[in-house]
Design a protein around this ligand. Structure first.
Ligand code: C5P
Length: 225
């Protein structure tokens, strides 16, 4: 039996992509499979935490012992996270939230024509940044962990994200290489924050354990039981 070092802790995890409708049968999305977020939820539960998982549309079954809430759009994910973030010790934002949505979602299926079609995109809420703002300077602030998938300037961008979103840790991973990242069972990441750890490589469960290994002592210090 492994360590139960998260027992009594409440953990909220977001996972998967979101879908932003253009019409009832078309949407904007990304190739996130939810594997990283599901691994974090599963491992946190195994380490004794009470876990809620908010996920966009993915092909994965509910992890055992995890209350799983399924959503579709960024706005639905934002409301579910906002609601579930009361009284948590830790939020891990592993979802690949669409940053933009079509300004108008047509009520009926768009007809094909030979003309080009213009779509105006508008911003979706930044869920992690909203939590950073909501809890900034508050005694009950949970630990906030974000992800940064970057194709270049990995560490610089991750450090910027850490400050801009006011989170405690950013899990940075390079994307656009075969075999790791999106849709893969393995990942290679750098933990960017106090006590930076570079080049953690392994299965997504091993990466989840490494993230939680970083979190546990910070939690003991900041939110002693
Ligand atoms: O800004 P960027 O999307 O690269 O940041 C990634 C981090 O921010 C992830 O942790 C992701 O879950 C979170 N995020 C969010 N809401 C958004 C966009 C990103 O919570 N609209």
């Amino acid at each position: 039996l492994g360590s139960r070092d998260l027992s009594g802790r409440r953990v909220l995890v977001s996972a998967g992509p979101t879908r932003e409708p253009l019409d009832p049968v078309r949407f904007i999305s990304n190739p996130s499979t939810g594997k990283m977020g599901f691994a974090v939820a599963r491992v946190a539960a195994r380490r004794g935490a009470e876990v809620v998982l908010v996920t966009g549309p993915v092909d994965l079954p509910d992890p055992p012992g995890v209350r799983t809430i399924r959503v579709v759009t960024a706005e639905e994910m934002a409301s579910a996270v906002e609601e579930e973030a009361r009284e948590i010790d830790l939020y891990v934002g592993a979802a690949a939230v669409s940053d933009f949505k079509p300004r108008v979602a047509a009520a009926t299926k768009k007809k094909k024509s030979d003309e080009d079609e213009e779509v105006t995109l508008t911003r979706t809420p930044d869920i992690l940044a909203a939590l950073g703002k909501r809890f900034a300077g508050k005694a009950e602030a949970p630990i906030l962990v974000g992800f940064a998938a970057e194709t270049e300037a990995l560490l610089q961008n991750a450090r910027k994200k850490l400050a801009a979103k006011r989170c405690d840790l950013v899990v940075a991973n390079k994307v656009g290489r075969p075999g790791v990242g999106f849709a893969s069972d393995r990942n290679r990441v750098t933990l960017v924050g106090p006590g930076e750890r570079a080049n953690i490589e392994g299965t997504k469960e091993q990466v989840a354990d490494a993230i939680l290994d970083w979190v546990v002592p910070v939690l003991e210090e900041r939110r002693p039981r």
